[in-house]
Write a protein that binds this ligand. Structure first.
Ligand SMILES: [Fe+2]
Ligand SMILES: [Fe+2]
Length: 334
C-alpha cells in the first residue's frame, strides 16, 4: 500500500530529529544496491596526467604525507616518502618506473619494476625512495576498512629520521621463507599478519608461471589462466585479509559468468577487453592497458579478451579471504 504524504513527511522529520541527536535507526540504512556506486572504469588516460600533475603541485612531506589518488601513488625523482608503520597491511602493484625506486620494508630494500607486487605485512616499517630519473607509480591496496571496523588502528612514525636504515639485502625475506629456510620456520603456526614476511613477487616469475599454465592448458572457465601470489609463510592467501591474483585471458577468450563474496579491484596489465556485469542489464566495462575497475561483492561478472592475437593480463586484489576466514565465502556459477 502506498504511504501517504503525511506519514512519509512525519517519518522523514523523525529521522532528521534522530540524526541531529546522533542516533541511527536501523530503517534509516539505505539498501544494499543504493549504497554501491555505479561500476565504472578508471581510464589510465584520465588518472595518469592527474598523477603527474599532483607530482608537480602537491608537495610530498608538505601538503601530503603520501601522494595517493584514485587508488594510485606517485613518488617523483629525487623524493623520499618518510618511514612509518600502521596496522593496515598494504600491497603495491607497480605500474610505471625505471626500476631504480624502492620501498624499504623492515630493513629490506624492495625494488619496484613495472609488474612487480610488493607485499607489506601489518605493522611493517616502510618508506619509499626514488633516486631515479622517472616518476614511480603504483596501485595501492590496504585493508584499512577492516582495521577501522575492528577499531584496531595504530600508527607510529620512524623515530628521529625520515628513512629507516637498509639492514637487509634485496630478497632477504623471500630467501628466509624460501624452499630452504631456518628450522624454526618449519611447521609453525604462522597465521597472523605480523608473521607474514615482506616479499617482492617479480613480474617475470609470475608471467612465466602463467605461460607454463597456458601451455599445460590449465585454465578456469570463470577466470581463464589464474594464479595467486602465495603467502610464503602459510602457503595460503597472499595475506590473511587480502589476496592478489594474476590472470591471463588467451586471445579471443570469453569466460563464463560467476559471482562470489568479496570485492575485487582490477588493474589491466596489458591488453584490450571488456568485463560484463550483472547478467540482466549486460552492462559492459571496456578496458585497455593500465585501466582499473572494481567489481563489488556478489555481483555477476565475466571477462572477454577482444584481441584475437594477443593475450590480456589482469592483476587483481580481493578482500575475499576475510569472509572465507569466518566461513562466509560463497560462490555461484552461471
Ligand atoms: Fe603507510
Ligand atoms: Fe570472479
Amino acid at each position: 500500500m502506498a504511504q501517504s504524504t503525511d506519514s512519509q513527511e512525519r517519518l522523514e522529520a523523525f529521522n532528521e530529529k534522530l540524526r541531529r541527536l546522533g542516533i541511527f535507526g536501523y530503517w534509516m540504512r539505505s539498501g544494499r544496491e543504493q549504497r554501491q556506486t555505479e561500476p565504472s572504469v578508471l581510464k589510465w588516460s584520465t588518472i595518469y596526467p592527474l598523477l603527474l600533475e599532483a607530482g608537480e603541485v602537491v608537495r610530498l612531506g608538505g601538503e601530503a604525507f603520501r601522494r595517493n589518488m584514485g587508488g594510485y601513488q606517485i613518488v617523483m625523482p629525487g623524493e623520499h616518502a618518510a618511514a612509518h608503520r600502521h596496522t593496515a597491511s598494504a600491497m603495491r602493484f607497480i605500474v610505471v618506473g625505471d626500476g631504480s625506486a624502492y620501498t624499504t620494508t623492515n630493513g629490506e630494500q624492495m625494488f619496484m619494476e613495472p609488474g612487480d607486487l610488493l607485499v607489506q605485512p601489518s605493522f611493517g616499517w616502510h618508506d619509499h625512495s626514488n633516486p631515479g630519473e622517472e616518476p614511480v607509480i603504483w596501485m595501492d591496496m590496504l585493508d584499512t576498512s577492516l582495521i577501522q571496523t575492528l577499531e584496531v588502528e595504530f600508527r607510529e612514525e620512524w623515530p628521529g629520521a625520515d628513512q629507516q636504515p637498509v639492514t637487509h639485502p634485496e630478497g632477504f625475506h623471500a630467501q628466509l621463507y624460501g624452499m630452504v629456510r631456518p628450522a624454526r620456520l618449519i611447521g609453525s603456526q604462522l597465521g597472523s599478519p605480523q608473521d607474514s614476511p615482506p616479499v617482492t613477487y617479480k613480474f617475470r616469475d609470475a608471467r612465466k608461471t602463467l605461460e607454463l599454465m597456458a601451455a599445460e592448458e590449465e585454465f578456469d572457465p570463470y577466470d581463464g589462466v589464474l594464479l595467486e601470489y602465495a603467502n610464503p609463510a602459510t602457503g595460503g592467501h597472499t595475506l590473511p585479509t587480502m589476496c592478489a591474483r594474476l590472470q591471463m585471458l588467451r586471445p579471443g577468450e570469453a569466460t563464463r559468468p560467476h559471482r562470489h563474496t568479496g570485492g575485487v579491484r582490477y588493474h589491466v596489465v596489458q591488453g584490450q577487453g571488456a568485463s560484463i556485469l550483472d547478467l540482466e542489464s549486460s552492462k559492459e566495462l571496456a578496458w585497455e592497458d593500465h585501466d582499473s575497475f572494481h567489481i563489488s561483492s556478489w555481483h555477476w561478472h565475466q571477462h572477454r579478451n577482444r584481441s584475437k592475437t594477443e593475450p590480456a593480463i589482469l592483476f587483481s586484489i580481493s578482500d575475499s579471504p576475510i569472509a572465507e576466514a569466518f566461513g562466509f565465502y560463497r560462490e555461484e556459477k552461471g
